[in-house]
Ligand binder design. Structure first.
Ligand SMILES: Nc1nc2c(ncn2[C@@H]2O[C@H](COP(=O)(O)OP(=O)(O)O)[C@@H](O)[C@H]2O)c(=O)[nH]1
Ligand SMILES: [Mg+2]
Length: 390
């Protein structure tokens, strides 16, 4: 057995019964690590009992020249930066950390008077030097996981302020805007506060900056930053964008920087697929069926009784492990056929991934809650630091 596979209690009754009989109430009692014996004999539900880890392609290297250029420029840029606004994706709060930029950020903080032996203590305090982590796109993850994760991050990284945000929530934009203005007010002798926005491609940097600008400057604003659903649009540092008039706060948008190397073996392969799923890696660098295969695996693990994708299949369909079988079923359901009436599995894979990005991600994460063990729910912060939400 592949040691990455997941075995849910091997319980024959589950695999033989129709899914239609599954009720949410029943699901509440089911734990991820094992199904209660009483349910195994209930003759009501069908659950996957052994979910093998799929074979994944090696991650591609996507580190075009403009990313390299920005990485090289960063130390010089930081000398005129007072606040680093680092965006990460709420769906992958750990995988979307870019450690290649870490060295330059640490050096910047030390140069601005932070104690090298105590990350939460500032020795010299003449210019601003703050690092704010924005876990963006919070609208795509369930609310229940946010606060415990934020607390765990704050206690582990006391020198970083962490907040969740979505451009669809004006309150988040206002909080962030106020945070920046308050930092600026602490340094009344500085001419202005300069904010640098960094993060992976497609994490929402340009969108957030546009929202901050609209919040901070009343009336018509000049041309907004361009945004795109595909990664890699912003390739150079932007001109200065005014976020507040009094006190004066400016921001620079930057091109997204991907990790130059995603890692070896299964771990690297999984990291790459996760980043591609959240559209952090350029479209076309991954075979969409490989993405679908990993997605199917994760959704099965999240809820082996009633995985979220079942709503895409004909009613009464059981959970499916085999990706070809799943995509064929989905293609038939959606009427996606090729010449000769064969199911168009590629189109089905594209549809499946898009569904997950737009709505399935949130639905599946919420359905995981129903089956999660209550004890693990009591410590989501710890779980959150070990694993990502996808
Ligand atoms: N759901 C959701 N989508 C967002 C959010 N912020 C940005 N996006 C979308 O993410 C994509 C990338 O945004 P963009 O600002 O160009 O990202 P950048 O490459 O980091 O500058 C666009 O399709 C945005 O509409 C958010 O808070 N929630
Ligand atoms: Mg951008």
């Amino acid at each position: 057995m592949n040691d990455r596979s997941t075995t849910v209690n091997n319980c024959k009754a589950f695999s033989q019964l129709p899914l239609a009989a599954t009720s949410p109430l029943l699901a509440v009692q089911v734990t991820r690590i094992g199904l209660p014996r009483s349910l195994c004999t209930a003759h009501h539900v069908m659950a996957l009992t052994h979910i093998p880890f799929p074979a994944l392609p090696m991650p591609p290297s996507w580190f075009p020249g403009h990313m390299m250029k920005f990485t090289r420029m960063l130390p010089a840029l930081l000398t005129r930066t007072d606040v680093v606004l680092e965006l990460r994706d709420s769906r992958l709060p750990l995988t979307s950390i870019n450690r290649t930029l870490e060295g330059a950020l640490q050096k910047w903080r030390l140069e601005r008077g932070w104690d090298p032996n105590d990350a939460s203590r500032r020795v010299v305090n003449s210019t601003a030097c703050e690092r704010i982590i924005v876990l963006n796109k919070r609208d795509l993850v369930p609310e229940w996981g946010l606060e415990p994760f934020r607390k765990a991050m704050s206690s582990r990284f006391p020198d970083q302020q962490v907040l969740f945000a979505s451009w669809q929530r004006p309150r988040d934009i206002r909080d962030l805007s106020e945070m920046l203005v308050n930092i600026a007010k602490k340094y009344p002798y500085a001419m202005e506060l300069n904010v640098l926005v960094i993060g992976m491609p497609n994490v929402g940097k340009s969108t957030l900056l546009n929202a901050l600008r609209n919040m901070g400057i009343k009336g018509r604003t000049p041309k907004a930053l361009r945004t795109s659903a595909n990664p890699g649009l912003t390739q150079a540092l932007s001109t200065r964008l005014k976020l507040s008039l009094s006190p004066l706060v400016y921001a620079f948008d930057s091109p997204g920087v991907m990790l130059p190397f995603l890692g070896l073996g299964e771990e690297g392969a999984e990291r790459g697929v996760k980043l591609a799923l959240i559209a952090g890696i350029k479209e076309g660098m991954y075979d969409v069926e490989a993405l679908a295969s990993y997605l199917l695996y994760r959704l099965n693990i999240l809820n082996p009784i009633s995985p979220a994708y079942l709503q895409l299949l004909p009613s009464g369909s059981p959970p499916i492990i085999d990706v070809e079988e799943f995509l064929e079923s989905l293609a038939r359901r959606m009427g996606m056929v090729k010449k000769g009436a064969a199911p168009d599995v590629r189109r089905a894979a594209v549809y499946f991934v898009r569904w997950w990005r737009e709505e399935g991600g949130l639905i599946s994460a919420s359905s995981a809650l129903q089956i999660a063990d209550r004890r693990s729910l009591a410590r989501p912060a710890v779980a959150g630091l070990r694993t990502d939400g996808v």
